[in-house]
Design a protein around this ligand. Structure first.
Ligand code: PDD
Length: 282
């Protein structure tokens, strides 16, 4: 079960995979990405990730990329790695050209990188005890619905979270509206109603978020898609995060204040249970 990379169709070990110093992803962050995980050897919600990749590529004017070929590459390297619970990273950049801001003419060959690594489960106490978060100003650009590789504000916010004994940072707008976490979407629960930010240009519309909204509907919960303010967040009965790597993660403290009873609540645990049944293939 080797961890593997594929660069422009060539499979290698992770250490042997390289891209050029003139790659526009490296120089400008001129690219997009997806993170897909597998459970029991099956790529989870692959079609949804591929649809989002197409959308991201279209937005950055790379609609000429052969996404079907990338999907084939993903299958090839994923099969070769033989890792049942894997994290598959897919990155597509505008390719290699001398540094000039405008798009190179003719368009270079896109650089397509796929890596397949182990995806060990998060420690179980994170789910049973919940995690702590801190709020940070949302200093990102205005189109965070596009999954670009420009993640510096996310990295800075996450680092501040870690330095403050928290696991995630929650982005809050200048007007005090709660957006999402640095690498996950955010939900809050009040009186059994589930509230999450609308899927507009101010958040990344998570594949897991959409899946959870379906599970919530199936479970009979009312859902409101709106942007809550920080006061509402702190007064919520429950808060939880969703994401491909976060899965469904209860949040029990925000900015050092307990959420609800300071324990994962029943709605979060219900959805976590439903999510786990789903990924177990039940
Ligand atoms: N990030 N919001 C942000 C800012 C994210 O970076 C992510 C995921 C999500 C959740 O989206 P999804 O459910 O489609 O994974 C929301 C990935 C996992 C990452 O950057 O590693």
């Amino acid at each position: 079960m080797p961890e593997l990379a594929m660069v422009n169709g060539v499979v290698s070990g992770l250490d042997e995979a390289f891209v050029s110093i003139d790659d526009r992803g490296f120089v400008f962050g001129d690219g997009v990405y997806e993170v897909i995980v597998s459970y029991h050897g099956n790529l989870f919600l692959l079609d949804e990730h591929v649809d989002r990749l197409r959308r991201s590529l279209k937005f950055i004017r790379m609609e000429y990329v052969d996404v079907d070929a990338i999907v084939q590459q993903i299958h090839t390297v994923f099969a070769a790695a033989e890792i049942p619970r894997a994290k598959v990273y897919v990155q597509v950049t505008r390719g290699v050209a001398p540094r000039n801001h405008q798009f190179p003419v003719p368009a270079p060959k896109p650089t397509v990188v796929v890596t397949v690594r182990d995806f060990p489960p998060l420690p179980e106490p994170l789910f049973t005890d919940g995690i702590s978060c801190l709020t940070r100003p949302d200093t990102r650009w205005g189109r965070v619905d596009i999954k670009t590789i420009n993640l510096l504000p996310n990295c800075l916010a996450k680092q501040e979270a870690i330095e403050n004994n928290c696991l995630e940072a929650i982005f809050v707008s200048a007007e005090g509206k709660v957006r999402e976490a640095s690498a996950a979407n955010l939900f809050l629960v009040k009186n059994e109603t589930i509230i999450t930010h609308p899927a507009n240009e101010l958040i990344l519309c998570g594949i897991t978020r959409n899946a959870l909204l379906e599970l919530a509907e199936r479970a009979g919960y009312a859902v409101e898609e709106r942007s809550p303010d920080v006061e509402e967040l702190l007064l919520a009965d429950e808060v939880f995060l969703s994401g491909t790597t976060a899965e469904v993660l209860p949040v029990v403290r925000v900015d050092d204040q307990p959420i609800g009873q300071g324990r994962p609540g029943p709605v979060s645990l219900k959805l976590l249970g439903m999510f786990r049944e789903w990924i177990a293939g039940k």
